[in-house]
Design a protein around this ligand. Sequence first.
Ligand code: GLY
Length: 378
Amino acid sequence: MAQKRVLIVGGGAIGLAIGWRLARAGCAAALFDRGRVGHSASWASAGMLSPLSEVQFEEEDLLHLGLKGLAVYPEFVSELEADTGCCVGYRRDGVLLVGITQDDLEYLKFRYRYQRDLGLSVAYLSGDEAREREPHLSAQVSAAVWCPGDHQVDNRHLVRALRKGLVAAGGEVFEEMGVDELLIDGTRVRGVRVGEEVFEGDTVVLASGCWSRLIPGLPDCARPPVRPVRGQIMRLAMTEDFALNTMVWYSRVATSTVAYLVPKDNGHLVLGATSEEMGFDEDVTAGGMFELLRAAWEVVPGVYDLPVVESLAGLRPGSRDDAPILGETPIEGLIMATGHYRKGILLTPLTALSIAEVILERRTPALIQPFGIDRFGL
Ligand code: GLY
C-alpha cells in the first residue's frame, strides 16, 4: 500500500506529537511552522498537567477529556523517552490551591465542594496543614485544597523530544516556512503552498493554535473559531535554600488574578500566567509582571529574592467554548487539532493518539466526538 502523506500545519507540542505518532506508524509526515517549532505557546507554558485544580464550573466533558489526557501521559512519555533518549521531566508533584482572604476562602470552599461532587480526589487543608506540605508558603495562607493527582512535565523538554522523535522516525520539519495557502480541489484537500512551492498530501492537519483560522484558502465551513488569549509568564532561578516541593496555585479574588508557581528540575521556577484578550500582541508588560509577582509574593514570599531568568508571553488558542476542536471537517482529508486554550500541554498525548486514530484507522474515538468543528454550526 502507498505510504500516506500527511502535512501538518503548526509545530507546537500538538503538531509535533501528531507528526511523531504518524511518522513512527509509517506515514510520510511533513510539518511546517512559521517560526521555530515549539517556540510559541508551548514554550511559554508552565507544563502543568492539572485537570483537578483547573476544573471549571459546568465543563464536565472537558474535565473527562483532561483526566483521560493525564491518564495516557505516562505511557506516551515512556515511548517518547525510549524513542529519543530524552527525559521530558514528568513529575507527580500535586497542586496546592491556596487562599489568604475571606473572599479567597469562600471561593476555595465553593470550588472544593464542586470538585468533591465530581468525585475528584482532593482534600481541604488548614493553613498549617498546607505549610506541612509546602514549607515555603506564607503564614498568611489560611487554607488550601490539595490536588495530589495533578502532575507536570517540562514543556520545553517535551517539544525538543517530540521534534527529535519526529525526525528520527523519518518525518520532515520545515521551520520558518509558514503555509501561505491551503489547497483544496472541490471538497477534498490537496496540499499546501509555501511561497511558490506546492506540497501535495492525502491529509492536512491544522494545528497552528490561535493562527489556525488565518490560513488563506480555508473555507468558512472549516475555519475554526479560535482567538489568541495572551499569557505572560516569568521564570525565576530557585536557590539551594529555596526550592518548592509542590506546584502552588493562587486565585487572588480581590483582583481576579491567577498566579501559579511550578518548580522545574533545572532549578527554574515558572511563574504564570496572565489571561488577556489583546489580539496577537505578544508583549510582556510591566502591569502583567506586577500582578503576577504581587500574587506570587503574597503566597510564597521567598520569591522576592530570586533572580529573574526570563519573561515572555504566549498566545493560547481559545475557542468559543474554550474546548479544543478535534477531528474531521466538511473538507475531506482536512483534520483539526486546535483550540486547546489552557490545556495544550495536558492534551498533547491524547490529541496525538486520537488524531492518529482518525487518520490511520478512519475512526473518530468516542472521547473526542463532542469536540468536533460541527458543534459550532459553521
Ligand atoms: N494552564 C494554565 C494556563 O493556561 O495558564
